[in-house]
Design a binder for this molecule. Structure first.
Ligand code: IVH
Length: 674
């Protein structure tokens, strides 16, 4: 009996590892998320029933129970070195000449060319395939033991994949980083919560790895690419850097897919140009590329000079942070009327482009950073993100201008500017009377994730509004061909294409349609949930806030935004107009909600859950037919209380509503699935 459970556990863990490998290393997901979640739940359930059989390398055991008091120090048997830098092509050629001089022969040299990741170097040790230690670089000789935090990074295997050349001990090094998208999301969350934002993804990654409580690290979107295998104590048949990276991949360790094997310094330069070109489209920050002599025997021959290898060099990109002067602070009006303070700058070249504007986000941020007209400031351009002001550079004795105050009137339409209490944002109250808001609404409506009207970009939207050809999105479907043709830069072909794309956009999905309306705080995901929940626009438009809050990621604020939006006669007209002109989507097939295990039950979620977030929990409950609402009443079946629950728990208690813990919830989800 025990043996068969053991076998089952081994098989489940192996299966999950295999899927992790496909997902993280090969970048080819092998099963849908829900199937993966099912496997994880099956494993959790089996382990819960047989706690003595839980192993440290089980995929369920990523987050340790106890926060640490301090980090222990971790020494590096092979020191973690740094790299020399070059900035120009001739310096790179000189690097290769030095190598050949040193080798005393004129041979062709191949290099592995790798992006230089802008994160944190870590060293991981695997013994018999098991992750036993993770450490920071520290001073190169001694770092900090961050094993517990490293274990929470999902793309790091706790156990390596079976391999015929599995070393008994393997030390691998790589760079932990925070993907750009994850960073933006984290900062947006912090901004909403009025908390401090991170300066850049690298700081965010560093801060996340330095958490004493691994639960905190587990919540941060961290990732890793490995770039070297050191200290392999078993002779593996590997003679080049490029092969060693292949070996790491075979062991299940993630290696950057951009890495190439290139011939000579000219090959390196081609790589540099290619990577500089794609830099902005990568989801991680890089500050240059690294070239390493490919042949390990040659590396050995070349050796080290002070703290850097002679066989490798970093080719750095031009700086991404520069100092310039704020000429003026202006306010730009967005689609929802939000006024964003923008610093107009003395133009400066940063990260490959000339920047003359940088966002200050909102009034609170502007005041927090205390940016004033005339100040010298540090500007950062991170990839394709809008340039932002990092901070002012204060010079002692220099007299500064007064702080810029929020305008009382909209700079575009002169309507009153309002601020809702507790919100950092100030808004123009002009609505669609304001040309800036009209332009914004049309750009959003036409954007790819919304109605996806190809060819209707920012410039054309501005032109259409300025030429008064459209004042609301409906007008797009009644455009006069002759008038479009008369616009600057519009030829016969582009006009035809535009009108065809507009016509084409009428065939859409309910979710795109909802998103396209531009309701405040209704992003793509919320629009998809709403489309999933409501049958058609009429049931959505007539839903009250209570009903709306039954939708997975709709809270009270979003629900109010939605009802307020549909209450406006103008918006009703637009929607009806769009439908009558032929905007349509396929009706969804009626789901047989009636027969599901939790049909008729209503749950309320409060506090933070550990093993899954609230949206996931709600989605799963709803998949079983349950309703998930945000307020507790006598009709509530149960309240699920996570850590730090709010007043809902008190209310549940007072009403005598059943209270479930997170593990009760997991058990419920498991049982109902079985
Ligand atoms: S090799 C002796 N490869 O750059 C070789 N380093 O300046 C040293 N880094 O501490 C490391 N991407 O944090 C190497 N593809 C890459 C890298 C890389 C980023 C970082 C690493 C290291 C620093 C050296």
């Amino acid at each position: 009996m025990a043996d068969s459970v053991k076998n089952k556990l081994t098989k489940l863990r192996e299966e999950i590892r295999q899927h992790n490998y496909s997902y993280y290393v090969l970048d080819e997901p092998s099963i849908p998320d829900v199937e993966y979640d099912k496997l994880m739940r099956a494993l959790q359930k089996l382990e819960a029933a047989h706690p003595s059989l839980i192993t440290k390398d089980s995929p369920t055991q990523r987050v340790g129970a106890q926060p640490l008091d301090v980090f222990l120090s971790a020494s590096h048997q092979v020191p973690m070195l740094s790299l020399g830098n070059v900035f120009h092509e001739d310096e790179l050629e000189a690097f290769e000449i030095r190598i050949k001089d040193r080798l005393k022969r004129d041979i062709n040299i191949d290099y592995t060319a790798e992006p230089k990741l802008d994160g944190l170097a870590v060293s991981l040790i695997y013994e018999d395939g098991l992750l036993v230690r993770g450490a920071t670089r520290g001073d190169g000789m001694t770092g900090e033991d961050i094993t517990e935090n490293i274990r929470t990074i999902k793309s790091i295997p706790l156990r390596l994949r079976e391999h015929q050349d599995m070393p008994k001990k393997l030390e691998v090094r790589g760079e932990v980083f925070m993907p750009k998208k994850g960073f933006e999301k984290l900062n947006a969350q912090a901004r909403r919560a009025g908390e401090k934002t991170f300066v850049n993804p690298r700081n965010a990654a560093a801060g996340s790895l330095r958490q004493l409580d691994p639960h905190n690290t587990a919540r941060r979107p961290l990732d890793i690419y490995f770039y070297s295998a050191t200290d392999i104590d078993q002779s593996t048949p590997i003679v080049t850097q490029y092969e060693s990276l292949g070996f790491l991949r075979e062991l299940g360790l993630k290696v950057c897919p951009e890495i190439e094997l290139v011939p000579g310094f000219r090959g390196c330069l081609n790589f540099y140009r290619r990577i500089l070109d794609v830099r902005d489209s990568l989801d991680y920050e890089i500050d240059g590329v690294v070239y390493k002599v490919n042949n390990l025997a040659l590396q050995n021959e070349l050796g080290f000079i002070s703290r850097a290898p002679r066989w490798a060099v970093a080719h750095k990109f031009p700086a991404q942070e520069v100092v310039t002067k704020v000429l003026q602070i202006e306010f730009q009006v967005g689609r929802t009327g939000a006024l964003t303070p923008v610093a107009k700058l003395e133009p400066v070249f940063v990260g490959g482009v000339t920047v003359s504007n940088a966002t200050l986000h909102n009034m609170d941020e502007m005041h927090r950073k205390d940016v004033r007209e005339g100040d010298e400031v540090i500007i950062r351009r991170a990839g394709d993100v809008i340039p932002e002001v990092v901070k002012t550079v204060l010079k002692p004795g220099v007299k500064r201008n007064k702080s810029v105050q929020a305008p009382k009137k909209c700079p575009e339409c002169k309507s009153d500017v309002v601020q809702i209490e507790g919100e950092a944002v100030i808004r123009c109250s002009g609505g669609l009377y304001c040309a800036a808001q009209r332009k914004g609404a049309i750009k959003h409506f036409a954007s790819r994730a919304a109605m996806d009207i190809e060819g209707l970009g920012d410039k054309l939207a501005d032109q259409l509004v300025e030429a008064e050809l459209i004042s609301s999105v409906n007008d797009l479907y009644h455009l006069d061909k002759g008038k479009v043709l008369a616009l600057e830069r519009m030829g016969a072909k582009s006009t035809d294409n535009l009108l065809a794309a507009i016509e084409e956009s009428k065939k859409t999905t309910f979710s795109r349609f909802i998103y396209a309306l531009g309701i405040r705080e209704v992003g793509e995901a919320t629009a998809a949930s709403l489309a999933d929940y409501f049958q058609d626009q009429n049931s959505l438009m007539s839903a009250n806030t209570e009903k709306l809050m039954e939708v997975a990621d709709v809270g009270p604020v979003v629900a109010q935004n939605i009802t307020a939006f549909f209450k406006q006669a103008h918006n009703q007209e637009v929607i009806n107009g769009l439908i009558s002109i032929g905007v349509a989507w396929e009706k969804k097939v009626e789901s047989k909600n009636q027969n599901k295990p939790l049909t008729g039950h209503t749950y309320v979620l409060t506090g933070s859950l550990e093993s899954l977030n609230r949206v996931d929990a709600a989605t799963r409950l709803k998949a079983l037919g349950a309703k998930v609402t945000s307020s507790v009443s006598k009709k509530t079946t149960a309240v699920v209380a996570g850590a730090n629950p709010g007043s809902k728990l008190t209310k549940a208690d007072a009403l005598g509503v059943q209270i479930l813990t997170e593990s009760d919830l997991l058990a419920l989800l498991r049982d109902e699935l079985d």
